[in-house]
Design a protein around this ligand. Structure first.
Ligand code: ATP
Ligand code: MG
Length: 409
């Protein structure tokens, strides 16, 4: 079947007036980003209060529908057959042919729903329904009519052309990225943080990301794994600015100066501090982590409180009440799981203590952080100054600032 267009359905709840306009603009922008790497030419229209993708050349159906199925804000995608305004006899034939091809075997019920916006068309909607219903019944023995609760709604819109559609491919739902501002994701190579980023982005929030890398304790492959995860998330969100921070010096210094059972918690406090600095520079409105209550020692309520204490921006933890199984389910759905379970060490796993504190006391932690006084500020400054930045999209990464270099966008 050749479809010349896609009708985009989106949830309209709560998007009236001015917001609707912003919503649609953001949706179109994200759709353009998603379609850009696809083969073919497309035009996106906002007409009749809906969003429409017109295919101006040949294209790959799988590639295009897959790209659109990654755009937040889309609840459904209807492939549309476009016909010139043809007499009812020919429309009967075309509709029957379409239905036979789209629903060849399975027993299903249908209803024809015609709308005649073009009043010059000589046949009225009710009559079109009846004519096309009969044509389908004659051509497709596996289909029968159910006007109350049909499996298939055959939509026929008669405008300056005739649009025929019945298939609805599910979209990811949510809100288009960009309507909700921007936040900084702390992205590790694990299962959780990519899922956390996905969930916040699904609510319309654009993502920046930061990864703390500890070479030579962590390998190039650990970095590549994080870039790959960012790339998989970017298939939904559009390009992500990924900051790659060299954390080795800070980590070694903490290791040298602080009690080992407090390493993780102190390290996490520095990760949050640096993330917040980067976030503010990039005008992010919050931080995002993949933390979940009780998952590890550093994620007890007490530990989360101690980590949180260094932040002034809100920290969003969308997985906070999720079990690991639930998180894994989402990571499989969005395609990050297989990458997340690759073995390369991330910086946390190398310096973990055998018995980390589960109930860290803030005053004790602060006292031990004072052991770092002499050098930690300059180390933090250095880590931020030598930040490597790349723009990651679904096809890969492009470095825009080398470790010691200036930003080149
Ligand atoms: P994940 O599966 O996301 O790695 P985790 O279960 O391994 O999480 P932790 O290592 O305690 O848990 O990390 C908690 C959160 O801290 C992560 O979800 C992530 O947001 C952030 N984080 C941890 N390590 C790093 C890192 N090396 N770089 C950036 N963020 C990190
Ligand atoms: Mg981790």
């Amino acid at each position: 079947m050749k479809y010349q267009a896609f009708l985009i359905k989106y949830a309209e709840i709560g998007i009236k007036g001015k917001n609707r306009h912003l919503f649609e603009e953001a949706l179109v922008r994200q759709m353009k980003i998603a379609l850009k790497p696809c083969e073919g030419d497309f035009a996106i229209h906002r007409t009749y209060g809906r969003v429409f993708v017109e295919c101006l050349s040949d294209y790959d159906y799988e590639e295009v529908t897959d790209a659109l199925q990654h755009v937040f804000g889309i609840s459904g995608i209807c492939p549309v057959v476009e016909l010139p305004v043809i007499p009812i006899d020919e429309l009967r034939e075309e509709t029957a042919r379409y239905m036979k091809e789209a629903y060849p075997y399975e027993k299903q019920t249908f209803k024809v729903h015609a709308r005649r916006m073009n009043k010059e068309y000589p046949v009225e909607s009710m009559e079109v329904n009846a004519e096309l219903g009969n044509a389908i019944l004659e051509a497709c023995p596996n289909l029968s009519v159910d006007v109350h609760d049909p499996d298939i709604m055959v939509n026929v819109e008669i405008r300056e052309k005739i649009y025929l559609y019945s298939i609805i491919l599910p979209g990811p739902g949510g809100l288009p990225v960009g309507v909700g501002g921007k936040a900084m994701l702390l992205l590790s190579g694990g299962i959780d943080s990519p899922v956390a980023g996905y969930m916040i982005a699904k609510r319309g929030v654009k993502l920046d990301a930061v990864y703390y890398n500890a070479p030579p304790y962590t390998s190039e492959r650990a970095l590549q794994k994080v870039v790959d995860l960012a790339s998989q998330v970017a298939a939904y969100t559009g390009p992500i600015w990924l900051h790659n921070i060299n954390f080795t010096e800070i980590q070694l210094y903490i290791y040298e100066k602080c009690p080992h059972d407090e390493l993780t918690i102190i390290m996490r406090r520095f990760m949050m501090r640096i993330a917040e600095r980067l976030a503010k520079e990039a005008e992010c409105l919050g931080l995002i982590t993949g933390e979940s209550i009780g998952q590890v020692a550093s994620q007890t309520l007490t530990a989360l409180g101690v980590t949180n204490e260094v932040c002034t921006l809100p920290v969003f933890r969308p997985l906070i009440g999720f079990d690991k199984e639930e998180i894994i389910k989402v990571s499989k759905k969005i395609g990050t799981y297989e990458t997340s379970i690759l073995p390369y060490e991330d910086c946390c796993t190398i310096f973990v203590a055998k018995h980390p504190v589960t109930k860290p006391k803030l005053d004790v932690i602060k006292r031990h952080e004072r052991n770092l006084e002499e050098k930690i500020d300059e180390m933090v400054e250095r880590a931020i100054a030598t930040d490597e930045i790349m723009i990651v999209d679904k096809n890969g990464a492009r470095i825009i600032k080398e470790r010691e270099g200036t930003l080149q966008v």
